[in-house]
Design a protein around this ligand. Sequence first.
Ligand SMILES: [Zn+2]
Length: 188
Amino acid sequence: MSLIEQAEYYTPILDIPNQCFTDIDSKRELEKKYGRKNFICPCNNKQYNYLTTSAWLQHIKSNKHNIYRNQEERKYIMEFGNFTDPSETVQKTIKELREIKVINRQLINEKNLANSKIKSIENKNKNLNIQISNLNIQISNLKKLLKNNEKIENKTENKTGNEKKKKNIIIKDKEESSNSSSDVIIMY
Ligand SMILES: [Zn+2]
């Protein structure tokens, strides 16, 4: 323990029902909070203790100290929004944090579920693409077959056509020769 102990800085009391800061204004309360040690008021950097209560009571009525207390109130409002017990604010924040964690876990689960759905859809898509390319191969094979069949059909048609033509020519030839002979007969 050091011989020269740094005196503690004074802070006003949080008055939740009146939504403000109030100063400690009794010897008993000063002793309760700072014991028999000195404390420093931040507004004038002067030291007081429970034995100098009358000087202290005069000081907290001063304009300088009022300005300081108002500044502290503004700072508190800026930080916590209103004059609530910091432990209540901590409890509220812990509760909010817990809720956020639950929501976060749910979102992670939903994300994982969505990812697995996407994966299964991708797999289905891959399989469908394979089926499509297989069907395309089958279609092109069938087209080739169809073309070949058409060619064969054309050839047979041509063949029969030629045969018919040939037959016609023969018949014509016969007719012509018989005609010519008759002609000859007529000529006689
Ligand atoms: Zn002061």
